[in-house]
Ligand binder design. Structure first.
Ligand SMILES: [Zn+2]
Length: 269
């Protein structure tokens, strides 16, 4: 158990740990976390860190609901009834009737959120707003961050500053719903990277709408024969390449047929 000499040292450690987890320390009641997840060891022995469970519980309990500038995700319904996940920052709190609060509201009802990839901002109840961080897994364990690296050094570079530095990536960001991931260094890591990856997923989904509709109507297209030519892909090959790149979007029936098709190849080959 690590020890800290003063409550001030405890607060610093909490702030650093929150940042390392990709959280905005301003969104937390640090004193509350210190009280619940650290223990005064008495007799001038300072403070000890509690268990992992105590830390998790304290972080959940002491997150301030939302603040101006928080990066969040909302669901937007677009033409054709499709839904899209958009990321943006809270720019204003609003009353239930859309009115503006005078001063700082204690329990705001709604929020206005600036969206970069939509024709207008989003206004709606905070109950429908999700902290961006909830959509992602943030990994810092070296072996995990660099698993599968094929370059001769055996590690991945930071996606943003690969050309300026030889240091490896330090943070792996995984978009939970799609499994899409990026690797960056600590100095490039921020909630803007979360939004950027989330929007990449959104663009893949936008450009895949026709393919999804086709496979929903005719799932057997995914097992259509391969082309005889090296120069042109068959319809089946095109669908299979798409499914390999974007597995989270493949409609259930087509996904089942594709899995069986691959299984057949494995037994035949
Ligand atoms: Zn970097």
């Amino acid at each position: 158990m690590s020890g800290y000499g003063s409550i001030r040292a405890v607060r610093e450690v909490i702030t650093d740990t929150l940042k390392a987890e990709g959280r905005n320390p301003n969104a937390y009641n640090i004193t509350g976390i210190a009280r619940d997840a650290f223990h005064d060891r008495g007799r001038g022995w300072g403070y000890g860190a509690g268990t992992e469970e105590e830390w998790r519980a304290a972080v959940d309990k002491h997150r301030r609901p939302f603040g101006i500038g928080d990066m969040v995700r909302v669901v937007v319904t677009v033409d054709g009834g499709h839904t899209e996940h958009h990321y943006g920052r809270i720019s204003q709190f609003r009353k239930a009737n859309g009115g503006i609060y005078r001063g700082q509201p204690v329990k705001p009802h709604s929020a206005y959120i600036e969206l970069d990839h939509h024709t207008r901002g989003w206004l709606g109840p905070l109950a429908d707003v999700t902290p961006a961080l909830d959509d992602f897994e943030i990994v810092r364990e070296w072996g995990e961050v660099h698993r599968g690296a094929l370059n001769p050094n055996g590690y991945f570079h930071c996606l943003r500053c690969a050309f300026h530095t030889y240091k490896g990536a330090q943070v792996l960001i995984v978009h939970k719903r799609s499994g899409q991931r990026v690797r960056v260094c600590e100095s490039c890591f921020s909630d803007n990277e979360l939004a950027r990856l989330g929007h990449d997923v959104l663009f893949y989904e936008r450009s895949s709408r026709d393919t999804i509709a086709e496979l929903r109507a005719k799932p057997e297209l995914i097992t259509a024969p391969a082309s005889d030519s090296h120069y042109a892909k068959s319809e089946g090959e095109t669908y299979r390449e798409w499914a390999d790149s974007f597995p989270w979007m493949v409609p259930a029936e087509a996904a089942e047929m594709y899995a069986a098709w691959k299984q057949g190849l494995a037994t035949a080959g």
